[in-house]
Design a protein around this ligand. Structure first.
Ligand code: PHE
Length: 450
């Protein structure tokens, strides 16, 4: 028994929803600290190359697969494999994506919770005239409190699942219409402030002066993984959004716009943060706490900082929210399209599972700090690395191979609807460059493990 599928009203809502999925904590929280941890410009350059040569073509591929099948990723892969007389096992690609989404949301919602707690701190004026060490202390005391972490994680989960339960065309996408431009606007204000008081030159040098000697295999691995994470690729989020898309919309244009906005946003946040980091003698490789430790210093000293800080963290929370929704949509769509379980019921059950994963993640920052899962990695790191550097690129690799070598040629040509040279460019990147890049990274990983 299948239930009714939603559909986007027009190209603009699809674009906003997909941008909403892509733009999130990945840009604002994760990219900046990964730049610091991985040696600055070396990472940035590889990351940009990964977006251009792997991210953009694979985003087109993923949207194309979704739209062609008009189904959730599991059924979509099953149907497409069937159409191409290929093995039905391709459907497990959809299943892997669902698992990845659940695992990602398990830690994503904990960080979403940090953002929510920072809205209240900002609102209460806790950043006013704050020093660098006070700011670090604020963050430490949040991390050290399992009670606070779990509570905020719970709030974030309820917000997310509340929207998911109501279905895809619920109006949140329309909110993106205002939220994304607003986020940009406030970022520009932040950037202006950082430029005037921070050390923008040092930040620029740190992020953009090419120093190829610093490109390490680990930086390449992380940059590739982050390109997938940042564009929401490899797990079916973009596929399921593509499945609600009408036939007459250009996949290429939409993809390029989203990838540009997504990448630009992350780099701007990075610049704003590093100019403060260098001006305040903070360390660039602070890890996941970076934005929570540095940005309050800026907001705490700028005119109307109180207001801007509250607004900024609120917008980040919205961005995280729209991404979180897209992490569970593939699974919920699969349940709704294959069983008679109601959307709301499915959402509650899935929400509980993810909530429990999030509790273990919350504890991994304090009481379970010393618990390791594999290779000495704690719970948060294990989930993060497993999904970003393995599951998403693997999903992407398989989608690329399927689209390039298994799917019927006229089907992909119909869906992509590109001029000759653009089609060739897509084909070369999708069929050769992206798979090779991912395979090389995997070989390196195997070497690390072995
Ligand atoms: N792209 C989102 C972000 O940058 C995270 C995400 C990853 C969402 C994978 C969906 C799928 O925050």
């Amino acid at each position: 028994m299948t239930q009714h599928r939603g559909a986007w009203k027009n190209r603009w809502t699809f674009m906003l929803a997909t941008a909403g999925s892509a733009i999130g904590l990945g840009n604002i929280w994760k990219l900046p600290y990964m730049i610091g941890v991985n040696g600055g410009s070396a990472f940035v350059l590889v990351f940009i190359a990964c977006i251009l040569f792997v991210g953009i073509p694979l985003m087109m591929t993923e949207i194309m697969l979704g739209r062609r099948a008009q189904k959730n990723p599991f059924n979509a892969m099953q149907q497409l494999a069937n159409e191409a007389n290929a093995s039905p096992h391709w459907k497990y690609l959809g299943a892997m994506g669902m698992v990845a989404g659940v695992l990602i949301l398990g830690f994503y919602s904990v960080i979403g919770g940090w953002v929510l707690s920072y809205i209240t701190l900002a609102f209460n004026g806790s950043f006013d005239a704050i020093s660098a060490s006070q700011s670090s202390q604020n963050f430490e005391s949040l991390l050290n409190s399992p009670y606070l972490l779990v509570s905020w994680h719970t709030v974030f989960m309820v917000m997310t699942m509340g929207v998911v339960a109501r279905g895809v065309s619920s109006g949140l996408e329309r909110a993106n219409n205002i939220l994304i431009p607003a986020l940009f606007a406030i970022l520009l204000i932040l950037l202006g402030y950082s430029m005037s008081v921070g050390d923008m030159q040092a930040a620029y040098q740190f992020m953009f002066t090419p120093d190829f000697s610093k490109i390490t295999p680990v930086a390449v691995l992380s940059a590739l993984g982050h390109a997938f994470f940042s564009l929401s690729l490899g797990m079916g989020s973009v596929m399921v959004y593509g499945s609600y898309l009408q036939r007459n919309v250009s996949i290429a244009n939409t993809t390029i716009c989203i990838a540009l906005v997504d990448t630009l946003l992350g780099l701007l946040v990075g610049l704003a943060i590093y100019s403060l980091v260098f001006a305040n003698q903070l360390t660039p490789n602070a890890g996941p706490g970076l934005i929570f430790q540095t940005l309050p210093i800026a907001f705490g000293h700028m005119p109307f900082g109180h207001l801007f800080a509250t607004l900024f963290f609120t917008l980040v929370a919205f961005a995280a929210w729209t991404s979180a929704i897209s992490l569970v949509e593939p699974t919920i769509a699969w349940v709704v399209e294959n069983t008679s379980v109601k959307r709301a019921h499915a959402t509650v059950h899935l929400g509980l599972i993810i909530w429990m994963i999030g509790i273990t993640v919350s504890l991994s920052f304090n009481v379970w700090q010393d618990v390791t899962i594999v290779f000495g990695l704690g719970i948060f790191d294990t989930l993060d690395k497993l999904t970003s550097t393995i599951m998403l690129p693997l999903g992407g690799l398989l989608m690329a191979l399927f689209a390039g070598y298994v799917m019927q040629k006229h089907h992909r040509q119909d869906e992509l609807n590109l001029g000759r040279s653009y089609y060739t460019a897509w084909k070369i990147t999708n069929n050769i460059i992206a798979p090779l890049a991912i395979l090389m990274v995997f070989l390196y990983l195997l070497g690390l493990i072995g």
